[in-house]
Design a protein around this ligand. Structure first.
Ligand SMILES: [Zn+2]
Length: 151
């Protein structure tokens, strides 16, 4: 299941990427663009915009959508989990910033590119070829794990 999120749910989009989901998010996309991309790529539209969902393409069931009711992130994730029956737990497979799939990278290749403390205390690293970011299971990952287990 792949998604496209509107500008009102950027944080939610990021958290779904943490769980490994492919979520497109543009902070300047208009409804028309969102709908066009969703239709082309068969993506579920995640939105807080009830006006957009009144369009024919949603009403006749050609496009799937989730209307996010709550402003709170935790409740938003709970709703998505329940409504779509998806599993939410952190997994470092997708770049949180640009949505590209991450690839494994050898420890030797990250020397000097991640903080020295991180380098000396971790063995496994992931890399985003699109934006050049490195990922590892550090304190942030532990935080994510706790956060998701409370959903
Ligand atoms: Zn990236």
């Amino acid at each position: 299941m792949e998604f496209i999120a509107d500008i009102m749910v950027g944080k939610l989009a990021r958290y779904l990427r943490m769980a490994g989901f492919d979520v497109l998010y543009y902070n300047n996309a208009h409804d028309d663009e969102i709908i066009k991309i969703a239709a082309q790529q068969n993506r579920v539209v995640i939105t807080r915009d009830s006006l957009m969902l009144r369009r024919k393409v949603f009403k006749n069931g050609n496009l799937k959508s989730v209307f996010v009711k709550d402003g709170m992130l935790k409740n938003q994730l709970r709703q998505i989990k329940t409504e779509l029956g998806i599993l939410l737990k952190p997994n470092l497979t997708r770049c949180l910033v640009c949505n590209s799939p991450l690839v494994k990278i050898g420890k030797n290749d990250v020397e000097g590119k991640v903080p020295p403390y991180v380098y000396s205390t971790h063995e496994n690293f992931m890399y985003c070829h699109s934006c050049g970011r490195y990922y590892w299971r550090g304190t942030h990952y532990e935080y994510m794990k706790k956060f998701f287990s409370g959903i």
